[in-house]
Design a protein around this ligand. Structure first.
Ligand code: NI
Length: 129
């Protein structure tokens, strides 16, 4: 049976911050959700654009040219090669759209880096979800 997915509910069910999880694929790109809190750190994706859609809360994306403040429902696409630093002063849930090869920490590999395999782990939802 075809069925809809509810990114907002899946994002809310995640246990870890800054650990994006794949919820679908569109040709060469993944659709992901993530739960954010705090400052992620500056990085760039050399040859990949990155779309952020805020599902709940507020997200500031700092860029060298200035900061973009996103409220629920807002979208910002970080152009390839642009250094950026996502900052969530309070818990924020996002949906991401990015090419399958994109590492969320971009050109920086640190303790926050999650492999694509990790991001593809099945999501266990709570009963009733
Ligand atoms: Ni990024």
């Amino acid at each position: 049976m075809p069925h809809a997915i509810t990114p907002r509910r899946i994002a809310a069910s995640l246990a870890e911050y800054w650990s994006p999880r794949v919820i679908g694929a569109v040709d060469d790109s993944y659709v992901k959700v993530a739960k954010l809190l705090g400052e992620f750190g500056w990085h760039a994706h050399v040859d990949e654009d990155e779309l952020f859609l805020v599902l709940s809360g507020h997200l500031r994306i700092e860029l060298e040219a200035g900061a973009v403040d996103l409220a629920e429902g807002d979208v910002f696409i970080v152009p390839k090669g642009t250094r950026h630093n996502p900052v969530a002063r309070a818990e924020c849930h996002v949906m991401l759209f990015e090419r399958k090869t994109t590492l969320h920490t971009g050109d920086v590999v640190n303790e926050r880096t999650r492999s694509i395999a990790d991001q593809l782990r099945p999501i266990t939802q709570q009963p009733g979800d």
